[in-house]
Write a protein that binds this ligand. Structure first.
Ligand SMILES: [Zn+2]
Length: 127
């Protein structure tokens, strides 16, 4: 039985009390308990939402930490070394948004660039 149902049950029992003054006082306390219970349920919902948002931020921070451990900085770019291989990553996109965008060379002889922010990185070494 939840707190709300328990309070309703007490409210039903109070109807069987015949002393008017006692009945009034008991009903007042039941209403106070219902009000307090409603406030606690609302606070509980707020805390659950805050917990959910905190977990999401922790997951994102953990993911970025794991990614950061696999990065080295050289030639003005980051190099990411993970299960997909060793490749240059756009430093602007990583530092601004935490994104690991691999640099691409659009055609032979051109500098590698970021497909997202379009920045060129002339010193990046492509594999
Ligand atoms: Zn970029």
């Amino acid at each position: 039985m939840g707190a709300v149902d328990a309070i309703k049950g007490v409210g039903e029992l109070v109807k069987q009390v015949h002393d008017a003054e006692l009945k009034t006082e008991m009903l007042k306390r039941v209403i106070d308990a219902q009000t307090e219970c409603a406030a606690l349920l609302e606070k509980n919902a707020e805390l659950r939402e805050e917990l959910s948002q905190t977990k999401a931020r922790l997951d994102a921070a953990t993911k970025q930490t794991v990614t950061r451990e696999k990065l080295t900085f050289a030639d003005d770019v980051y190099y990411l070394n993970d299960e997909l291989g060793y490749r240059p990553i756009c430093p602007a996109c990583f530092e601004a948004k935490g994104l690991t965008v691999p640099l691409k060379r659009r055609s032979p002889g051109t500098a590698p660039n970021c497909p997202l922010c379009r920045s060129f990185f002339h010193n990046a070494k492509m594999q």
